[in-house]
Design a protein around this ligand. Structure first.
Ligand code: ATP
Length: 350
């Protein structure tokens, strides 16, 4: 198997603001042509990490390497325009007094704008022949396409995108996500996105990095992050997770929702937490059951039920339309046959 070259390598990045650590030892590698999405709650340091890579902020520690060249380390700090990065911002940041074509060609040099390249870029982002329009004549989604075309114009080694879809309405956002991913893939562009939206992270990324409090809590494929979270924090951040208690027994883990086979090395009797997602749980009407239907919500393709268990614990269960249970019904709740939910001991995966 041939190894992909590395487009971006960050080693132990550190950044303080007013003596407060905001980025605390972030290390990551993005192979050329791949998309990394950094996701995490508000204020965790995602944007600052992106701005360090772009060169808008100076490092307090660590090394940034882009396309095999160190662009920041100790006192060495290349400015953004010399890093071979392109940037797409949440608010598009188009020049309002320039035409679409002038915006796209801005970084290509003012004196000799390359018309072919501009029209090729506009066609690429789905806006052929729109170069004479002004930004205010375009919708939000179209403006973001112009911003993408502008960022790609200089063929950056890494494209950096900070919440690029958050100003778009929900329907447009969903379409733009898959379209932009397809565009980046078809042009082989290496990209780093920042978002606080877990669904967006899983949809867009070849790799997803979950940031917590300035540190990279876990990085992996979307499937890895979702199905094999290494910490309780990652499990809680993704996938509408609820937690229930479990107890280590001889051949696995016992819980209010049934027995889980598990080869844990923890001593019998240890108390663990089981991360329960809506597709791990099912239920049937049963007057002697262990739960009660608290609510039913129509989500379009299925119903999402909230089920109350003893001790004020609730879990969620996703069910097809054919199954209609009413609020207040007593039910027996249990793990689906193929559920293998992540289990945590003191916050770490077991
Ligand atoms: P959000 O999703 O809300 O944008 P984020 O994860 O992108 O959050 P950052 O913007 O990186 O978070 O900010 C991390 C922390 O650093 C925050 O507490 C923020 O207030 C602080 N911070 C960011 N930029 C500066 C700055 N220039 N000066 C001082 N503090 C800053």
């Amino acid at each position: 198997m041939t190894q992909q070259p590395v487009a971006l390598r960050c080693r132990a990045l550190v950044k303080h603001f007013a003596q407060q650590p905001v980025v605390r030892g972030v290390s990551l590698v993005v192979p050329a042509g791949d998309i990394l999405v950094l996701v995490g709650p508000s204020g965790c340091g995602k944007t600052t990490t992106l701005r360090l890579i772009a060169g808008f902020e100076r490092l307090d520690g660590g090394t940034i390497e882009i396309d095999g060249r160190i662009v920041a380390e100790d006192d060495h700090h290349l400015p953004p325009e010399r890093r071979r990065v392109g940037m797409v911002f949440q608010d598009y940041a188009l020049f309002p007094h320039l035409t679409v074509g002038q915006n796209v060609g801005f970084a290509l040099g003012k004196n000799q704008p390359d018309r072919d390249r501009i029209s090729q870029l506009l066609t690429f982002v789905g806006l052929p022949g729109q170069d004479q329009k002004m930004p205010y004549e375009l919708s939000g989604g179209e403006q973001q396409r112009v911003s993408l075309a502008r960022a790609l114009s200089t063929r950056p080694a890494v494209l950096l995108l900070d919440e690029p879809f958050s100003n778009l309405d929900a329907a447009l956002r969903a379409g733009m996500r898959s379209e932009v991913r397809a565009l980046l893939k078809s042009s082989g562009t290496t990209a780093v996105f920042v978002t606080h939206d877990q669904e967006e992270a899983l949809l867009l990324g070849d790799h997803v990095g979950v940031i917590r409090d300035g540190q990279l809590e876990q990085i992996g494929t979307p499937e890895d992050i979702f199905h094999r979270p290494q910490t309780r924090f990652v499990a809680e951040f993704l996938g509408q997770t609820r937690f229930i208690a479990g107890y280590v027994v001889g051949d696995g883990i016992s819980s209010a929702l049934g027995h889980l086979s598990s080869r844990t090395t923890l001593p019998v009797g240890s108390v663990v937490e089981i991360a329960v997602r809506p597709d791990d749980v099912t239920f049937v009407a049963d007057e002697e059951g262990n739960g009660r239907v608290l609510s039913r919500r129509f989500t379009g393709i299925s119903y999402l039920y909230q089920i109350g268990l003893p001790n004020e614990i609730t879990v969620q269960s996703l069910q097809p339309h054919e199954m209609r249970m009413e609020e207040g019904m007593t039910v027996r709740v249990y793990f689906t046959a193929d559920a293998s939910p992540p289990v945590f001991y003191h916050g770490h995966s077991v």
